[in-house]
Design a protein around this ligand. Structure first.
Ligand SMILES: [Zn+2]
Length: 399
């Protein structure tokens, strides 16, 4: 018992240091399970543990830290930082990360939790966080989202986020296309998508793959020219390994013609870079050192790695996050939008909606989201939360 009490005290100190002086009994008990505490013994010890926590929580932070330094040798989890792990290859003052939402809907809690992790690393190590609005698909844009993302980012990230809008950088993407064509790493394919898929599924190249660099330059000009190719007639592809065991890697597309009117650029551009091209160019140009992304983007990360390689650049450290699913909370922007239009909600700030606009209005502070993100950490496990659980936690972090 004496030994366990000492360990309980060490964990209470550790938890208190990580959470502004307030250790919680749940965190201490779950840590003690790793030290041999049996579930059947919890009721026997909980009174004592609770006394320890009350005592620890009444201490000044510097005293908590001093005592933890002495006690930490006896426990197996010694870092006083919870949730936020060490960032590999991070240089002080030089960590560059990004939060890259598409403007298809409002800023919601899913964004806030993943983006806060990148923000916390930049805050911890020093560097820069870019907020990059990825709007190169003219068909998937909800115009008011530009302002919402910027406003909410400035609120959530202490004004450190510099905002980049991809559709302002089209000439840059075009210049990279020219580079890739010159390196024989990209070609313009005029096959129908069915035909291309049929060939590539059999690991066979389409006829366009053998075009010369000059021929590709000519075809690229025809993509940009309104009197040239029409929408759907040509697509720029990356020349990868046609026999790659993952079919998604084989000669994936980089840019396409889309004549839809863009909410910010109007009809100025007809060729739009696809995500992997735009993301790669910006990550290189902005000097990204670390990227935290959803694990659903694993294939995209692999594609971008191939582009980096051809361009002779070093791929940033990449961490993947599992999905956060809410059992009883709707995060679909399309659905929320429809219901706002139907007047079911008063707007994006309606307090029944899980948007940041709404939570901000209800008095939640940015720190609550940071703590939540820290608690989740960089983990590839999917998490399922229900609304009540989520708000209980968020409320406790908001205090
Ligand atoms: Zn082709």
């Amino acid at each position: 018992m004496k030994d366990l009490e000492k360990k309980a005290r060490a964990y209470a100190l550790k938890n208190a240091i990580a959470y502004e002086g307030h250790a919680r009994i749940g965190a201490v008990i779950s840590a003690l399970f790793n030290e041999g505490l049996k579930k059947s013994d919890v009721s026997k010890y909980s009174k004592k543990i609770n006394e320890i926590i009350i005592e620890v929580n009444s201490m000044e932070k510097d005293l908590q830290e001093k005592e933890f330094e002495k006690l930490k040798e006896i426990i197996s989890e010694r870092s006083s930082r919870e949730g936020l792990p060490e960032l590999p290859n991070a240089k002080r003052g030089k960590v560059i990360m990004r939060f890259a939402p598409s403007p298809s809907g409002p800023f919601h809690i899913g964004h806030a939790l993943t983006a806060s992790l990148s923000f916390l690393f930049v805050k911890e190590y020093g560097g820069k966080l870019y907020v990059r609005i990825e709007d190169t698909n003219p068909e998937n844009i909800y115009a008011p989202a530009y302002k919402m993302i910027q406003d909410e980012s400035r609120w959530l990230f202490e004004n450190i986020g510099e905002v980049i809008i991809q559709s302002d950088r089209m000439e840059l993407y075009y210049s990279y296309v020219e580079k890739l064509i010159k390196k024989h790493a990209a070609y313009v394919c005029t096959c129908s998508s069915e035909k291309f898929k049929e060939l590539v599924d059999k690991k066979k190249p389409c006829p366009c793959r053998v075009l010369t660099m000059k021929e590709n330059e000519g075809r690229w000009k025809k993509m940009l020219d309104s009197k040239g190719f029409d929408q759907g007639e040509a697509v720029l592809r990356f020349k990868s390994d046609i026999k790659d065991k993952n079919p998604a890697m084989r000669d994936f597309p980089l840019a396409r013609i889309n004549l839809e009117k863009h909410p910010r650029q109007g009809k100025k551009y007809r060729v739009w870079p696809l995500m992997n091209l735009a993301v790669t160019v910006d990550d290189i140009e902005l000097g990204m050192t670390h990227i935290i992304r959803a694990k659903d983007h694993r294939d995209n990360a692999e594609r971008q790695k191939k582009l980096y390689k051809v361009l002779g650049e070093k791929f940033p450290w990449t961490g993947f996050l599992g999905r956060i699913k809410f059992k009883d909370m709707e995060l679909s922007a399309t659905k929320m939008r429809k219901e706002i239009e139907e007047k079911k909600y008063s707007g994006w700030g309606d307090k029944r909606l899980p948007t940041i606009a709404s939570l901000k209005k209800q008095g939640y502070r940015p720190e609550a989201f940071w703590k939540f993100a820290e608690r989740i950490g960089i983990s590839e496990n999917d998490k399922v939360l229900d609304k009540k659980e989520f708000f209980t936690l968020l409320d406790s972090f908001n205090r």
